[in-house]
Design a protein around this ligand. Structure first.
Ligand SMILES: Nc1ncnc2c1ncn2[C@@H]1O[C@H](COP(=O)(O)OP(=O)(O)OP(=O)(O)O)[C@@H](O)[C@H]1O
Length: 321
């Protein structure tokens, strides 16, 4: 499990280390016993339904919430101790539009370059060109997408070691999303930089992330390297000879979906295989490559409670990704 991996791993390669973090708000559990590590130089995808606990986790990482149960270390420090030191090394873009709207783009840049020792004028200029922003633009008169681009510029022009993007794509058109993702990739390609990308847009997570971690109702229910998604999971389609009222229960098969006479499900090939499925009388008519979207909806549908991957802590699918 991840605790074991922590002790074995090189600590300098761990950008964020979350150990048994729990958080409740007014008696309601927002995070429960979450343990994970984010490795240097990776793009870490964080997914989960609305209210799963993603932003609560991120708030602990940037030090706006202090861990009450469990511990959080980011770039080797407790984010709530000397937060200004840490914040100079990380970039953060939240889903909320929190830019000071009374400023112009150029004024905001002047302010930011005075607080970030590593601010890069050249990179800020390049980003202004890429995002088609002018120093003269008033933040109040920019579109939502325009302000999101300014937010991204503000988050990355000091070339942070660790960039945290919390739903950066929400409300943006596909072109603006491309800008964001390309900027993310560029940032990461600078040697050794790390990104946490929290998003509901699973095709984007699939396209840019090295790993994916899913939180469901405050619990971390799955975490894996992206290539493992397609080697470990597959989607099957069955046509029952006699109509099913409910699909059969089989270890490693989850997220059943009905389409007319056919049923599809996700199979964890580590827990079961097709010959074992055949022996149960399941008549397979098709096998499809899994998508992140299908895996995610299957996991969410089963409430994170099925046995396909959550019980296989001996596999690669631990929180150490
Ligand atoms: N300050 C707060 N006070 C009370 N409840 C809170 C607070 N912050 C979060 N919560 C609750 O904690 C749970 C997790 O919320 P969180 O914002 O972390 O989820 P999320 O995964 O980021 O959701 P979304 O995808 O909708 O942004 C939710 O039930 C939310 O209502």
């Amino acid at each position: 499990m991840s605790g074991e991996a922590t002790s074995k791993g090189d600590p300098s390669q761990i950008v964020a280390d979350v150990h048994r973090l729990s958080r409740a708000f007014r008696g309601k559990q927002a995070l429960q016993d979450v343990t994970l590590q984010i490795r240097r130089g990776t793009i870490f995808g964080l997914v989960g339904l609305n209210g799963a606990g993603k932003t609560t986790l991120i708030k602990h990482l940037i030090g706006s919430l202090k861990a009450k149960h469990g511990s959080v270390t980011v770039l080797g420090q407790d984010p709530t101790v000397e937060p200004e030191k840490l914040l100079a090394r990380i970039g953060y873009l939240s889903e909320e539009d929190s830019l000071p709207k009374w400023l112009r783009v150029g004024e905001l840049i002047q302010f930011l370059r005075s607080i970030y020792p590593t601010w890069s004028d050249d990179y800020a200029k390049e980003l202004c060109e890429t995002f088609q922003l002018s120093h003269n633009d008033k933040l109040s008169s920019l579109s939502k997408g325009g302000r999101a681009r300014v937010g991204l510029l503000a988050a990355i022009a000091h070339r942070p070691e660790f960039l945290i993007l919390d739903e950066p794509s929400s409300g943006l058109d596909p072109l603006a999303r491309r800008d964001i993702l390309e900027a993310v990739i560029r940032t990461v390609s600078d040697d050794g930089r790390t990104v946490l990308f929290s998003s509901h847009l699973l095709d984007e997570v699939d396209r840019v992330c090295d790993t994916v971690t899913m939180i469901h109702q405050g619990r971390l229910i799955a975490s894996m390297e992206m290539p493992d998604l397609t080697t470990r999971f597959t989607e099957i389609v069955c046509r029952p000879e006699t109509a099913w009222v409910t699909p059969p229960s089989h270890a490693g098969v989850f997220g059943w979906n009905r389409q007319g006479n056919e049923w599809s499900a996700v199979v964890d090939l580590q827990s079961t295989n097709e010959s074992a499925l055949g022996a149960t009388g399941l008549q397979l008519i098709q096998r499809r490559e899994i998508t992140l979207q299908r895996w995610f909806s299957a996991r969410a549908q089963d409430g994170g409670d099925q046995h396909a991957d959550s019980n296989n802590s001996s596999s690669k699918e631990t929180a150490d990704v």
